[in-house]
Design a protein around this ligand. Structure first.
Ligand SMILES: [Zn+2]
Length: 419
């Protein structure tokens, strides 16, 4: 979790919802310090679009900002409603800007629903791609602020969100050192979240690298096909521990040592198989393979079209194990293949994510829920998980006793799950 202050009331309602940013190159730009109760539109996701009125104000916004993909709220196994998205910014000023604060605003009421302070922005902001920048966006530099809002329930999520961004440019002329701008209003995507069945059957499954903060998947913004995409935004790497909490017993480098190795990966919904890759050898566990190609990254893998623009991806299966072919219709619970360690993988696991196209990388990741599971523990930290995976020592986790039953929720990161 980021160090984030939450829920401070602004007191001043926003007068207007939005303008389209018309900021263009301007030789005689006015002073940088501008404030407006307006924002720019998110343009990529149709449901994120905001209508524009002739009366909307215009303001110079030296730091450009937009939300590339409108967030889809979903229910987590922690009982919260999560809103996960990115604010993509570009500093058009000729000087580096330190991000001081980002306030997320309910556009209808003006209420501040979340605040990222300077310390939170050091963590939440990355210059493309996967490079932290200590909260500084350099001159002519772009980057992503990763946002994760928490609400008590779905009804509490605003219909649209705006952003008030403050920054300091210490090396700019005195009259241009402070930026305070309202940008990037986005309509929350209120589509129905896809409910999936369990991808595995059994106990001791660990939801690794899951949503929603600085995990590998959540911030896997990749430059693919001309766009920066996060297909794995809500991906989970399912691993498994044995009765003693161990991820593997014996040789770390032998796939057979791992509790999950060879488990059956199951169809999570009715659908049609649209892609099957097979024939990639197992990697040696313990180290990530080097110089792996984009074609081999997912290893032996299967993509299933669930309809309505939803596609599910299974990766890193055992060679020769995919039990389906392109065109096959599958039902929930059908065996797709066996859990393996092919592709870009450091240990046998099942990578699963939902996305909006059949392309495993050039897609936008979608949230989902799983219809029925129980949670019997929570890993104490990501470091504890990494240690157990590296050393084969028992995973340090906090038991949930008795286990909690979950219906139609997304298993949060590092939950110990029984299906
Ligand atoms: Zn993964």
């Amino acid at each position: 979790m980021t160090a984030r202050r939450r829920t401070r009331r602004a007191g001043v309602p926003l007068a207007a919802v939005v303008i389209l940013s018309l900021l263009t190159a301007c030789a005689e730009a006015p002073a940088i310090s501008t404030t407006s109760d307006s924002g720019t539109t998110a343009t990529s996701a149709p449901t994120g679009e905001i209508s524009i009125s002739p009366d909307d104000p215009q303001a110079f916004t030296p730091i450009l900002a937009h939300v590339p993909v409108a967030p889809v709220p979903f229910a987590g196994s922690d009982g919260k409603t999560h809103v996960v998205y990115e604010l993509f910014i570009t500093n058009t000023a000729p000087a580096a800007a330190t991000l001081d604060q980002v306030e997320v605003i309910d556009s209808a009421t003006g209420e501040v629903v979340d605040t990222l302070d300077e310390a939170a922005l050091v963590d939440a902001f990355e210059v493309v791609t996967r490079t932290t920048a200590d909260g500084v966006v350099g001159a002519a530099q772009s980057g992503t602020i990763y946002l994760h809002l928490l609400f008590d329930d779905a009804a509490s999520v605003p219909e649209s969100l705006g952003h008030r961004l403050s920054a300091t440019l210490p090396d700019a002329p005195p009259e241009r050192q402070k930026i305070d701008e309202s940008v990037a209003t986005v309509r929350v995507d209120d589509r129905e979240v896809v409910e999936l069945g369990p991808p595995l059957e059994g106990t001791g499954y660990l939801a690794a690298d899951g949503c929603c903060d600085s995990t590998r998947h959540r911030r896997a913004a990749l430059p693919v096909n001309g766009s920066l995409t996060i297909a794995q935004r809500y991906a989970i790497d399912w691993e498994q521990v044995d009765d003693e909490g161990r991820i593997y017993v014996g040789e770390r480098t032998d796939p057979n040592s791992y509790a999950i190795y060879g488990d059956e990966a199951l169809a999570v919904a009715e659908g049609t198989v649209v892609k099957v890759l097979d024939g990639f050898e197992e990697q040696v566990p313990g180290t990530f393979p080097e110089n792996i190609s984009i074609e081999e990254a997912d290893g032996n893998s299967v993509v299933i079209d669930l309809g309505a623009g939803n596609f599910v991806m299974y990766a890193h299966l055992q060679p020769g194990s995919p039990r389906v072919e392109v065109g096959d219709k599958v039902e929930p619970g059908d065996v797709i293949g066996l859990v393996g360690n092919s592709g870009n993988s450091i240990a046998p696991h099942l990578h699963l994510h939902l996305m909006d196209s059949p392309l495993p990388l050039a897609s936008s990741g979608l949230p989902y829920t799983i219809d029925d599971f129980t949670i019997s523990g929570q890993t104490v930290s990501t470091e504890a998980f990494d240690k157990a995976e590296a050393d084969g020592t028992p995973l340090e986790y906090t038991p949930v006793d008795p286990p909690t039953s979950h219906r139609d929720q997304y298993p949060m990161d590092q939950s110990l799950v029984t299906f």
